[in-house]
Design a protein around this ligand. Structure first.
Ligand code: MLT
Length: 254
């Protein structure tokens, strides 16, 4: 992968395709490769920019704590390094939280936003506590705690589970613990999404066991003009379970 030093972090990225820039942001605890199956169907439509978020994949991280806004800032600085002023953003799950934080911090730089198996709501107090508990377990027992808890919930498709589990297990303890804290502390952006005035695309499987499809339906009710692709029988990894339908949905950004 290519690397750039961004905000003191070595950020790994890939770029391919032609068209308006589209940043594809991966979810937790994964890396840019989750988008691979969808790329051939997107590269004639977009200049695809695929970073590994701070700490994940081949990107490094700092020891100091960071926030969702810092992750958004990494993406803004990466775009600066390419001379890209405005882009579409598509975020899977945690990547959607980063996309939302980017859209809030840099509204003038967003052409459109796609939330893929994601949500605008913040964590309930119970969910936050659960994340802190998981982070402590990861510190004691390693990343396999998260891989064991999440893999089966990700997808009913054994091929997808078999690809995701080793990918999760490859991530570092520090990155996984930090991301759990970052997600727990993220803002509730429901009001923000209700007033979002750029193109909005929602792609969500109705069999998602990690973020229920109701989260996307709620956003659609707040933003009736959103393009909503509700995918029957699809779980938490639409870009891997249904790459064609996911690519089609992402093309609605244009
Ligand atoms: C993800 O897939 O990125 C996570 O499930 C998101 C979350 O835990 O909120």
């Amino acid at each position: 992968m290519n690397k750039a030093v961004i905000n003191g972090v070595e950020l790994a990225w890939e770029r391919r395709g032609n068209g308006p820039p589209l940043v594809l942001l991966h979810g937790f605890p994964l890396d840019h490769s989750i988008w691979n199956d969808a790329l051939p169907m997107l590269e004639n439509d977009f200049d695809l920019i695929l970073p590994d978020l701070r700490g994940f994949g081949e990107s490094s991280m700092l020891e100091s704590p960071y926030s969702m806004k810092d992750l958004a800032g990494d993406i803004a600085s990466l775009l600066d390094s390419f001379g890209v002023e405005k882009a579409h953003l598509a975020g899977h799950s945690m990547g959607g939280y980063v996309g939302l934080a980017f859209a809030k911090a840099f509204p003038q730089r967003v052409n459109g936003l796609a939330l893929v198996a994601s949500q605008a709501a913040g964590d309930s107090p119970e969910r936050k506590e659960g994340r802190y508990k998981t982070a402590a377990e990861v510190a004691d027992c390693g990343v396999r705690v998260v891989a064991e808890a999440m893999t089966d919930k990700f997808s009913a498709d054994a091929r997808v589970r078999d690809a995701l589990r080793p990918l999760m297990e490859r991530q570092s303890v520090a990155a996984v613990m930090s991301a759990l804290h970052v997600m727990a502390l993220r803002e509730d952006l429901t009001d923000f999404i209700a007033s979002f005035d750029r193109r909005l695309v929602l792609i969500h499987g109705d069999a998602d066991a990690l973020i229920p499809v109701d989260r996307a339906r709620e956003i659609k009710s707040l933003q009736p003009s959103a393009h909503f692709f509700e995918l029957p029988g699809i779980g938490h990894a639409p870009m891997m379970e249904a790459p064609g339908q996911t690519a089609l949905g992402l093309k609605a950004l244009k």
